[in-house]
Design a protein around this ligand. Structure first.
Ligand code: ADP
Ligand code: MG
Length: 405
């Protein structure tokens, strides 16, 4: 990909291209909300620089964003209304909100919007055309979204791997530029893929091997060290022929994992697998934890975290690297008894002298929940799937489209 040719918003002429212009902006405001309360507003904060820049330049800004995966049109639990409030608080100025995407309320509020004002549209996925596989349906929605707009700014990094109307099709209709967040994310991902500073270490965890297998494959070719934790480590242990008890496993992936292990050997990549595991009889916060050897997991127990010895080995490998990418918690960090591995790895990342990158929605939430500050890391990526697809070597439709005039 030739990211260098992306047009940045700072390349736009403020007087002629922004002041008094109508800017359609895609943001990623997909934050975790429970009982109407925002649990982590990291993605809203990450969107502020671009929004502020556009408003200060005098543009009238219409924001498109999604929340969750509503299946059947509008549903109150997927409303962006709480996000509009938080965004207003963070900006320190009012944010208008339309209760529909391209309906009467949105049309009226867009028509009245002036330079320096911002309007957030209700969850874009309330329109089924947004995610449609049918190009014509998406284009029809994109036409409505762009009808009264002058410019499209792409800043919803977490969605750029999706060929959706608000991510892809609108950019085929309007002149476009990349916002600060998209530019920053691509810049960091390039550092992880193009001539990374060595030694280069990657730590992968999380729940499923199937989510991460493409990344493991592609990064094996580039890294010096790869450490595996989280739920997916048990598929590796199973591939080595070990008893894994009731731990998470993807049996159908065992052959592929075996191949990855032999590839690592062939490529001279140091593949670190845990040697001790924290197990429990059930998947519960109050389940009694026991420490066992990785090759001796009792049949009636499940692995819920990496053990302290493994965490220490991972930590020292990480601290010795100049480039580190971490995706996926080492254990079920949501339960304090099983959060230690994730905490130790996070701590190690904060000590890296080169670049340390945390990717993945749950991983970012984990470091914040465990009390770390964003500034302790080189970069916390906002886009889980998007970063992973980039690191798999796939092309991202929402970025590719920005290269076309
Ligand atoms: P990310 O969003 O950072 O990419 P994932 O979505 O892949 O991460 O995985 C996060 C989830 O993995 C967490 O909710 C965590 O509880 C779970 N997890 C980690 N280790 C285990 C384990 N040993 N067994 C079951 N689930 C696990
Ligand atoms: Mg996740």
């Amino acid at each position: 990909m030739s990211e260098t040719s992306l047009r940045a918003i700072t390349d736009l002429n403020v007087e002629s291209e922004l002041k008094g212009k109508r800017v359609l902006l895609r943001c990623d405001l997909n934050v975790p909300i429970k009982d109407g309360v925002i649990r982590d507003d990291g993605r809203i904060r990450a969107s502020l620089p671009t929004i502020k820049y556009l408003l200060e330049a005098g543009a009238a800004v219409v924001i498109m964003a999604h929340l969750g995966r509503p299946k059947n049109g509008a549903a109150p639990e997927f409303s962006l209304a709480p996000v509009a409030h938080r965004l207003g608080d963070l900006l320190g100025s009012p944010v208008l909100f339309s209760t529909d995407v391209v309906g009467a309320d949105s049309l009226a509020k867009r028509a009245a919007l002036k330079g320096g004002e911002v309007l957030l549209l209700e969850n874009i996925r309330f329109e089924s055309a947004e995610t449609s596989k049918d190009d014509a349906q998406r284009v029809e929605l994109a036409k409505k979204l762009t009808a009264d707009m002058d410019l499209y700014v792409s800043d919803g990094f977490g969605a750029v791997h999706r060929k959706h109307a608000s991510v892809y099709d609108v950019a085929t209709i309007l002149p476009h530029a990349a916002g600060f967040l998209v530019a920053a994310e691509i810049n960091v991902l390039k550092k992880l893929t193009v001539e990374p500073e060595r030694p280069y270490g990657v730590v992968l965890g999380g729940s499923k091997v199937s989510d991460k297998i493409g990344v493991i494959k592609n990064l094996l070719e580039k890294v010096d060290v790869m450490a595996i934790g989280g739920g997916m480590l048990f598929t590796f242990l199973a591939a080595q022929g070990h008893e894994i008890g009731k731990s998470l496993v993807e049996v159908d992936l065992i052959p592929e994992v075996k191949k990855l292990m032999s590839d690592a050997q062939r490529l001279g990549v140091k593949l670190l697998l845990p040697t001790d595991i924290v197990v429990a009889p059930t998947f519960a916060a109050d389940a009694i934890p026991t420490l066992v050897k990785a090759d001796a997991i009792p049949a009636d127990q499940m692995g819920l975290d990496i053990g302290p010895q493994s965490a220490a080995v991972f930590a020292s490998a990480i601290e010795g690297c100049k480039t580190v990418f971490w995706n996926g918690p080492m254990g079920v960090f949501e339960f304090p008894n099983f959060a230690n591995g994730t905490k130790v790895v996070a701590e190690a990342l904060t000590k890296v002298s080169g670049i340390s990158v945390v990717g993945g929605g749950d991983s970012a939430a984990a470091v914040r929940a465990l009390g770390f500050a964003d500034e302790q890391f080189g970069y916390i990526s906002t886009g889980g799937g998007a970063s992973l697809e980039y690191l798999e070597g796939k092309s991202l439709p929402g970025i590719e489209v920005l290269h076309n005039a």
